[in-house]
Design a protein around this ligand. Structure first.
Ligand SMILES: *Cc1c(COP(=O)(O)O)cnc(C)c1O
Length: 411
């Protein structure tokens, strides 16, 4: 999208606003399916939690994607967006058996990552096949908050507990139809990922009724110039060949599954804000914007970097700014960033604002969550209205304080 198109979104729908480029989402989807074109059965299931707007889900549905969900509400969103149950996989962590039962009743694919739940589910529903989430104990990522494959992780069933799984399967006569891993975000090193995949293949050999092997996600996308990104094409070639060999050995054309979130939507998103004030202190120039950690928490939560560009003055002289929010906490988006000269009222654009941005937004400080806009077919489409005061009070029930408490009667 061009700066002018982005500026038009602010003009039309106000600030702050999230804008997503449908073309970029499609480009990424096709890039991934292309990379794995040597594999006969490939299934991409978009991770809803990255960006859960129904129009985005519908777009991915139209491209042929399935969805990966982590809560019963995400399952319901997937159904609302038109996915058939068999296009939805439910991969929760630490939820109750009853939530898994609810999902199973809706007919979606079930992925279980806990031995106790596996045993209970298998005992009650031996005829419903399930996938199991394995923890291969491989550190594929750099950020400890988003690496989920290490030994102390709460995610998955340890590979050291395979004998337990096999015993449960034998006792309950349940069917395991898939093997899954998700080692977390930021695969920097394809070799490490391939190593984890070997562990998954070894595990897969022990289960005779598989339909698919799900390699999760964790593809790294570039957040700034010079960033390392997962080489999808190389991964597709290497893992694709290895997977095809494995299928021969296994004696069946299994489906190779992935469930990317960030890879599909991160770069498609722009978060547009306006500058309320430029504040010169003794040591720093602050650009104070009409947003804060309530709308985009990744920089404060994970220390994530988002490039910030002044799209109102792209030719202006570059100066150093610390970009901060309006929330009554320290909410710094970026310190000492080199940005084209900023004036009050300028529109700044946060890059890579597609994944884990709006979906993590809150009403903190009683602010409204922003509008969302999809750029599709050369047009801006409003896909979520900015909240209003009614949204803030909708579920609140007021107590009548004119009714005074009864005094306890004296004996
Ligand atoms: C969050 C999540 C994903 C998506 O991860 P990205 O890094 O956004 O690609 C995939 N699978 C599971 C089980 C997840 O929880």
């Amino acid at each position: 999208m061009t700066n002018n198109q982005l500026l038009k979104a602010v003009e039309e729908f106000g600030s702050p606003v999230y804008v997503y480029d449908a073309e970029k989402i499609e480009f990424q989807y096709k890039r991934l399916t292309n990379a794995f074109k040597s594999v006969k059965n490939l299934k991409i299931s978009y991770a809803v939690k990255a960006l859960s707007n129904i129009s985005v889900l519908k777009l991915l549905n139209s491209l042929g994607s399935g969805v990966d969900t982590v809560s019963i509400q995400e399952v319901q969103l997937g159904l609302a967006a038109g996915f058939s149950p068999d296009q939805i996989i439910f991969t929760p962590n630490g939820v109750s058996l009853s939530e898994i039962e609810e999902a199973a009743k809706l007919g979606v694919k079930i992925n279980i990552d806990n031995l106790a739940i596996l045993e209970q589910f298998g005992t009650k529903y031996p005829k419903t096949p399930v996938c199991i989430r394995i923890n291969p104990h491989v550190m594929a990522g750099g950020n400890s908050k988003i690496s989920v494959g290490h030994i102390d992780s709460k995610f998955g069933i340890s590979i050291h507990q395979i004998p337990h799984i096999l015993r449960i399967v034998e006792n309950t006569k349940m069917t395991i139809n898939g093997i899954h891993m998700h080692t977390g975000s930021d695969i920097l090193d394809i070799e490490v990922f391939l190593y984890a995949s070997e562990i998954l293949f070894e595990t897969a050999k022990q289960f005779k009724n598989l339909d698919f092997i799900d390699f999760g996600s964790g593809f790294k996308v570039p957040y700034k110039a010079g960033d390392i990104e997962t080489n999808i094409e190389e991964l597709g070639k290497k893992l694709g060949d290895r997977f095809n060999d494995f299928c021969k050995e296994y004696g069946k054309d299994l489906t190779l599954a992935f469930e990317p979130g960030k890879f599909l939507v991160s770069e498609a998103g722009s978060f547009l804000v306006k500058v309320n004030a430029v504040k010169q202190t003794t040591s720093t120039v602050f650009a104070q914007i009409d947003s804060g950690l309530n709308h985009l928490i990744r920089p404060m939560f994970y220390g994530s970097h988002h490039d910030i560009v002044n799209i109102s003055n792209p030719e202006g002289r570059e100066r150093f700014y610390t970009v901060v929010g309006y929330i009554c906490e320290t909410d710094t988006f970026g310190s000492n960033r080199r940005i084209n000269e900023i004036n009050e009222g300028d529109v700044l654009c946060f890059k890579n604002a597609g994944a884990y941005c709006f979906s993590m937004a809150s009403n903190y400080n009683s602010r409204f969550r922003p509008a969302e806009v999809l750029w599709y077919n050369n047009k801006l489409h409003l896909i979520r209205e900015r909240e209003t005061f009614e949204d803030l009070t909708r579920n609140q029930i007021e107590v009548d304080f004119s009714v005074k408490p009864k005094k306890a009667l004296a004996k």
